[in-house]
Design a protein around this ligand. Structure first.
Ligand SMILES: [Zn+2]
Length: 127
């Protein structure tokens, strides 16, 4: 009976990953809303539509069953979002993705690298 189970602190890393992902999505939605929905924002920097999207995105991150295995990126979320929200988050990513390079270079580089890797993986699976 061995008592030395090598348990990695996976839960902590996982929480961290979720939090980081939420932060990135948060930033992207704020950026998108600021540029696209100027003048429509309420008291919390977001218009009603983007506010809803952010809440939804947060929920998805909290409940994502693939968080453990997937790379740090939002590619996977595109698959578990309901169609309406999927389209919205796509627009946000398309718009805010490249601009993240300017505002948050380190986060953006990590995100782009992971997204590319994830895309290649999905393509390979589909072939
Ligand atoms: Zn907005």
């Amino acid at each position: 009976m061995s008592k030395n189970r090598n348990r990695k602190p996976e839960n902590h890393a996982l929480c961290d990953k979720r939090e980081k992902e939420k932060q990135v999505v948060d930033l992207m939605i704020r950026l998108y809303c600021r540029k696209k929905h100027r003048g429509m924002q309420g008291e919390n920097e977001l218009c009603a539509q983007c506010q809803e999207l952010r809440e939804y995105a947060r929920q998805r991150s909290d409940h994502c069953p693939f968080m453990e295995t997937k790379t740090f990126c939002s590619n996977c979320r595109v698959h578990c979002y309901k169609p309406e929200m999927r389209e919205k988050i796509r627009q946000v990513m398309r718009f805010a993705g490249p601009r993240m390079m300017l505002y948050h270079p380190i986060m953006a580089v990590r995100h782009v690298a992971c997204t590319a890797a994830e895309k290649r993986r999905l393509q390979r699976r589909e072939q």
